[in-house]
Design a protein. Structure first.
Length: 323
């Protein structure tokens, strides 16, 4: 006979255990954030984050490689491609088996880990390296000024450790760029030559929102660099914005306002699996048509490889097809 003490419901199973078990983590989760290689796609640079969401008081995950994100249940559903009911049953059975051969997973005391925050930065003058980098994408100084992009001498990040000490990291190198709002506040740092971490997010912000003037059509691109390249194309009666990233959905309330303001809102993300999946999510959730440019990975790389005139001609034809 099976004792009732050996039967576990999903609410009895620690969320930390689900992440530790199915991701085969080498450390116990007690409030810290970790980054690992994607369990959904092969990748050279780890892009999957497991983090403690203080607003919901639980661990969640975000995998930039595949675009998957959510709670512990979502993780297992995606891992095994199963529906919610089967997912819950699997977790309950796996946890029961785990308890048979292991010491019971005790509830973890979640510590108040601080996160690194940008606490200082210094703007510098433009140099020849900056000019060469941005001109490769046909982005000139006027566009950089218009979208409040400035080169940085350095930036400093700090965080308080659980023992009360302070950790400080200062980054100083070529190719550092600050993205600023019209009011002068820093919202993101761009490190294009750092493959494992190209962006440091400072605050939430829809890129390009301050520069909208109210044209007929709106294109949602994947990045500020793509946004500036789109502006460089000078497509009539059309302007552009960009979310924090392809995997950061613009809020529904914002999309509703945009759809009432513009004759048409179109999504143009990267030409890879993650970008296409992100565009499909916008289509499914907001019923927004999207464009797959093809050619290079994204709009800016296409402009770099084929030039402004060619990219404009191809993109204009694709836009007309969805109008």
């Amino acid at each position: 006979m099976i004792s009732t003490k050996d039967i576990y419901g999903i609410k009895d199973i620690p969320i930390e255990w689900i992440f530790e078990y199915y991701l085969n983590l080498s450390e116990k989760l007690d409030g810290q954030d970790i980054k690992i290689s994607s369990v959904f796609k092969s990748e050279k640079t780890p892009s999957m984050c497991v983090y403690y969401d203080v607003h919901n008081s639980e661990y969640r995950f975000k995998d930039f490689s595949s675009g998957y994100q959510g709670n512990s249940i979502n993780l297992v559903m995606h891992l095994f491609n199963i529906e919610y009911r089967d997912c819950v049953l699997k977790i309950e059975n796996d946890y029961a088996d785990f308890i048979k051969y292991n010491v019971s997973h005790t509830a973890t005391e979640i510590k108040a880990y601080d996160r690194f925050k940008v606490t200082d930065f210094q703007i510098r003058h433009w140099n020849n390296l900056d000019e060469s980098f941005w001109k490769g994408f046909k982005i000139n100084s006027n566009l950089l000024t218009y979208y409040n992009v400035s080169p940085l001498e350095y930036f400093t990040m700090t965080k308080e450790e659980p023992d009360g000490t302070e950790s400080v990291i200062t980054t100083k190198r070529n190719y550092l760029y600050g993205y600023f709002r019209n009011d002068g506040s820093l919202y993101k740092i761009y490190l294009p030559k750092t493959p494992d971490k190209k962006f440091v997010k400072v605050e939430n912000y829809i890129q390009g929102i301050d520069q909208l003037v109210g044209k007929d059509y709106l294109i949602i691109t994947s990045s500020l660099k793509d946004l500036m390249c789109f502006t460089r194309l000078s497509i009539k009666n059309t302007e552009s914005i960009a979310p924090d990233s392809e995997n950061s959905m613009i809020a529904e309330s914002v999309i509703i306002k945009l759809k009432t303001k513009y004759k048409k809102v179109i999504v143009l993300f990267d030409n890879d699996e993650a970008g296409i999946k992100a565009m499909l999510r916008y289509k499914e959730r907001y019923d927004l048509d999207f464009i797959n440019l093809g050619f290079e990975k994204d709009l800016s790389d296409t402009v770099k490889a084929y030039g402004v005139d060619f990219t404009r001609d191809v993109l204009l034809k694709l836009i007309k097809k969805v109008l």
